[in-house]
Design a protein around this ligand. Sequence first.
Ligand code: TEU
Ligand code: CA
Length: 558
Amino acid sequence: MANNRIKKWWHDKVAYQIYPKSFCDSNGDGIGDIPGIISKLDYLKDLGVDIIWLSPCYCSPLADEGYDISDYYSIDPRFGTMEDMDSLLAEAKKRGMYILMDLVVNHCSDEHEWFKKACEDPDGKYGGFFYLRDKKDGELPTNWRSYFGGPVWEDLPGTDKQYLHVFHKKQPDLNWENPTVREEVYKNINWWLDKGLSGFRIDAIINIKKALPLRNYEPDRADGLCSIQAMLKEAKGIGEFLGEMRDRTFKKYDAFSVGEVFNEKPEEIPDFIGENGYFSSMFDFNETIFGSSDKGWYDAKPITPDDYKRCCFESQAKIGDIGFLSNIIENHDEPRGVSRYIPEGECCTQSKKLLAALNFMLRGLPFIYQGQEIGMENVPFSSIDEVDDISTLDEYQVALNAGLSPEDALNAVAKYSRDNARTPMQWSDGANAGFTTGTPWLKVNPNFTTINAAAQTGDPDSVRSFYQKLIALRKHPEYKETVVYGAFEPVWEDTHNLMAYYRKGDKNLLVIGNYQMAEQTITLPSSYKRILLNNYHDLKENGAELTLKAYQVLILEM
Ligand code: TEU
Ligand code: CA
């Protein structure tokens, strides 16, 4: 079925996301940096990682932790120098690894030159780089609510105008309708690709196309504002921008691009990730958005194992063999997957391995987020003062406004806080989990004494070793073709707390996970040839009947 497609260099790879601020600090200032990343390349190589995506490390006031860029052509001194970046590229290349950076071009920082010049002369060239509107008394140009709370309009300093920001007010939206803006973006992308970068993860890209003329939509909360989604649903024609960007940049370099795409319509999937799609791949967020509420995080509904299965299967069915999704368990915007997708009280080594296998064997490109490979968990918050993330602080306020007590509001937002994924990487059981010799910028999860990379490296039963085996299977010469290109076929779909599917290519693989503490017996439709992976040392069988233990997961060759 799937083997007739044109093969791409990235199809069979495994990707790993680094959040530079929290990965490894080389100079004791409490902030992770590029030399720190270089020092861990061998760790990543040993795990089996090929592609590394770096969250932003460009010059930035860090209002949104680097997703607010003030200079697209330089490295923030807190993260290192351009020489460091060059040596990272060279060191990665030496090891046969590829580096992706984050392309954040829906908006820049209000400290970018362009924005400063727009303030000086709003009617001039750089005014046209942004969405500016004349300020009117008691009335905003539109009633949209920013992703981080409050209206999307802010006074343009020193002028009688206001500017649009769908994210934080320190992240003014760039006007993609302006061809000069697009030229600047392409120039920057090509500059990095010329340097030896292998591609980009593309931030918040769905927001670049606004429905014009800008107008009000039906308010959806007591604040009288409406979600950005109301506008995005009406915005048509993003494909013209994305197709142009592909042709002017990525395509010429055979670069890898993965889009942060939300809410695409099923009929648009081939345009996005089919042959000659706008992007090589896009993330599957079906699981991460499950249970979210228009009211805010406080109203979100937890996800059960059956929901998780349904979300994964839906995405697989939707994509089929049109292209390759990028599958994640978590990223820097999400809580830790093991704390979210494993029911409370059941998070343990076995259940972490089950989640890893079920996700990793889906058709698509597996992305591992730093610390996921050692089973890092959500962090306990004892006070809102411990929170750094602007999104969590906003959602806390939303919860208070909805009438929750401060304690309930904290508990509600803690489950979804982006800080859960941003605590320092747990390298060892030494001071500050071996992340820094100084004071870490964000508190270390106190469980680092038991959950850390040093303890897991070389332990054949650790979560990390299990990830290593999953990666090795994906690369195994005999199984690679099936794991990468094989068709996806669900089985026993209606069985409660069981997630199972076939991957069918030149081999026939069956992945079975008992997604619960209680044992569960299943009957195999045919016999198996061999067990490729098992998170237990044994398997209870009686003819075709298998009795799976708590969170037992198997990959069988049929
Ligand atoms: O996130 C885009 C995005 O859609 C957000 O709504 C995200 O889901 C939300 O912030 C979670 O609270 C990207 C980046 O991944 C994120 O870190 C940035 O804050 C955001 O863009 C703005 O650049
Ligand atoms: Ca540092």
